[in-house]
Structure formats: C-alpha cells, structure tokens
Design a protein around this ligand. Structure first.
Ligand code: SF4
Length: 103
C-alpha cells in the first residue's frame, strides 16, 4: 500500500496542502498591505499621468481608481493594488490615463 492509498496519510497530505495554501494566501495579502504607494513623480506614474487625488487631474472626468477595472483594492479601502503598477499601491481616490470602466 502506497502513501496515497492509506486513508490516514491521504487526510494528512490534504491537511498539509490546505495549510500551505492558506499560508501562501496570507503572505500574499500581507505583502500587498506592505507595498509602498506609488509617487506621482515616479516615472511609471508620470507616463500615465497618475495623480493620487482625482480632483487634481485635468482629465479623467471624475473617474477614480476605485471605479477602474484595473484596481485591486478592497471595497472601502483608501488604497490598493493596480494591475499596471506591480508591487506598488495607488490611492482609491487617484486616477490615471489608463483608467478603464468596470464591466
Ligand atoms: Fe488607478 Fe486604474 Fe490608473 Fe491603476 S489603471 S492607477 S487603478 S486609474
């Protein structure tokens, strides 16, 4: 009988895989919370005219990061990830020229 045929070992393996998955998700969320905010003068931000307060934008018509399909922040959060700025956060009230409506 191999390890996967033994019900006790199979249950133990399932628990180990589940614990590893939960740990990986927790670490990903913690890293996202620790990521720095992107600065408006960051070259990546400048390239897409990012501002951390949409009222400062000359364009954008009042659209905000938290209504953008590329925004990854949680509902009600003041900041969150953005698919175009890997490893950095944007303000929920921010905006950039890559804003795209949520579907
Ligand atoms: Fe904000 Fe969307 Fe621009 Fe990212 S792509 S900075 S979420 S407006």
């Amino acid at each position: 009988m191999n390890a996967l045929e033994n019900p006790r070992r199979r249950r133990l393996l399932k628990k180990i895989v589940l614990a590893a998955s939960v740990s990986a998700l927790t670490m990903t969320a913690a890293r996202a919370a620790e990521a720095p905010l992107i600065a408006e003068d960051d070259p990546e931000a400048k390239a897409v005219k990012y501002v951390d307060d949409t009222t400062k934008a000359k364009e954008g018509m009042g659209n905000r990061c938290d209504t953008c399909s590329l925004y990854q922040g949680k509902d009600g959060a003041t900041q969150g990830g953005c698919q175009i700025f890997k490893g950095k956060l944007v303000k929920a009230a921010g905006w950039c020229a890559s804003w795209a409506p949520q579907m």
